[in-house]
Design a protein around this ligand. Structure first.
Ligand SMILES: [Zn+2]
Length: 392
């Protein structure tokens, strides 16, 4: 995320990470601070491509650096035992309520006695006073009665930690599947990861998130009040369906398919991602512009989309130009873009900030959209969008 005037710790870290690395020795772009070289980027998967990225950059007016190592042309596959997450969501016509079914298959590397999920909308993040995520049923055979733990939750809402005990210990390497039904109530629009108006809804980190970190185990710490980027989860194979009012466009993590009509006044949208650490959805009467865009790794292109609501001050073509420029610059430094698709959503209702999710970023009510796009796009290589291993 990037917050104007009060750069959060995680945001400050990501600014430092924007320079150095593999590929062309690029000059820092406007608004990006110089920093020490970073180690080669971690392995990510999925694409087939040729030689390393050699995109050009402006001639440097600074002292020459040592030639960095060539970027790898491809990434390792995602972890084969990563979680498989299926979300089927339905957005009510008032855009305030989302009902969902989550089916998650988890293969732990150690024996487990329970499944832990985090319900982050119940926390105090950013001074949140409304918003509620409630699991209404858990339906795997072999599980005991779920237990809600406050873990930093606001008063009057379910805990941010849901413990689902297993009726018997499950051994390492054995897949465990849980099916959860839940209801998400979105708060009024403000600077937050989730919000709604009568015609618009967005939510990220807002499904029951399986809270496992390999090598460590369950993450049970109390929810924090700081804005954004404080949850932990495994990168999962994602299959997401969202049913929404027919007049709306749905934007989300993953590679989308054209929507289909499912009932009078409703359409269903489908997205898939090979490995995503989090899930975000935006629903509203968006206008969109999509361009297949080179993103490093030889001739590979991905669909790059910009979106804005009717009457938005920023033009889609200007946003697209900024996003494509940021992608090219980052891919030249860091290696091929590591996901199936990228969408930037011009969404002033999210406040004076930007925030990133795997494959999708929000551009809030900020003065310099180009800077924010550059910042949030860099997060696609770092932090949340890791692919199958902690810290990627
Ligand atoms: Zn950031």
């Amino acid at each position: 995320m990037r917050r104007v005037g009060s750069l959060a710790a995680a945001g400050a870290t990501s600014v430092v990470l924007l320079t150095g690395g593999c590929g062309t020795a690029a000059r820092p772009q406007q608004g990006v601070s110089a920093a020490a070289p970073m180690p080669p980027h971690p392995a990510i998967s999925g694409e087939t491509s040729a030689a390393g990225s050699t995109a050009s950059s402006p001639a440097a007016a600074q002292p020459p650096r040592a030639t960095p190592p060539a970027c790898p042309a491809d990434y390792l596959p995602p972890a084969p035992d990563r979680p498989v997450l299926r979300l089927a969501l339905d957005v009510a016509s008032d855009h305030r309520t989302v009902t969902g079914t989550e089916t998650v298959t988890f293969t732990p590397e150690t024996a487990i006695d329970e499944l832990d999920f985090r319900l982050w909308p119940n926390g105090p993040e950013g001074g949140r006073t409304q918003g509620r995520l409630e699991v209404t049923s858990v339906r795997p055979p072999g599980t005991g009665r779920p237990r809600s733990v406050a873990a930093g939750a606001r008063p009057g809402v379910p805990g941010t930690l849901l413990v689902v005990p297993l009726t018997q210990r499950s051994p390492a390497g054995k897949p465990v599947t849980a099916v959860l039904s839940y209801t998400l109530r979105l708060p009024p629009a403000r600077l937050d990861r989730l919000g709604a108006t009568s015609t618009l809804a967005w939510w990220g980190s807002a499904h029951p998130m399986l809270a496992w970190v390999r090598g460590r185990g369950w993450v049970r710490e109390g929810a924090q009040a700081s804005y954004g980027e404080t949850q932990a989860s495994e990168a999962a194979a994602l299959d997401l369906t969202v049913t929404a009012p027919a007049a709306d466009v749905v934007l989300a993590t993953g590679l989308g398919s054209p929507p289909g009509a499912v009932a009078a006044g409703r359409r269903r949208w489908h997205f898939v991602a090979a490995a995503a650490r989090d899930v975000v959805v935006a629903v509203g009467r968006f206008r969109t512009l999509t361009r297949l865009t080179p993103v490093g790794g030889g001739a590979r292109t991905v669909p790059v989309t910009v979106a804005a609501l009717p009457g938005a001050a920023r033009s889609l073509s200007a946003l697209m130009a900024q996003l494509q420029r940021a992608l090219a610059a980052h891919a030249a430094r860091l290696g091929p873009f590591p996901a199936e698709a990228l969408t930037a959503v011009d969404l002033p209702a999210t406040g004076d900030s930007g925030v990133e999710y795997p494959g999708l970023e929000f551009i809030g009510d900020v003065e310099d959209a180009g800077f924010t796009i550059t910042h949030e796009t860099a997060h696609q290589w770092f932090y949340k969008p890791g692919r199958g291993r902690p810290g990627a």
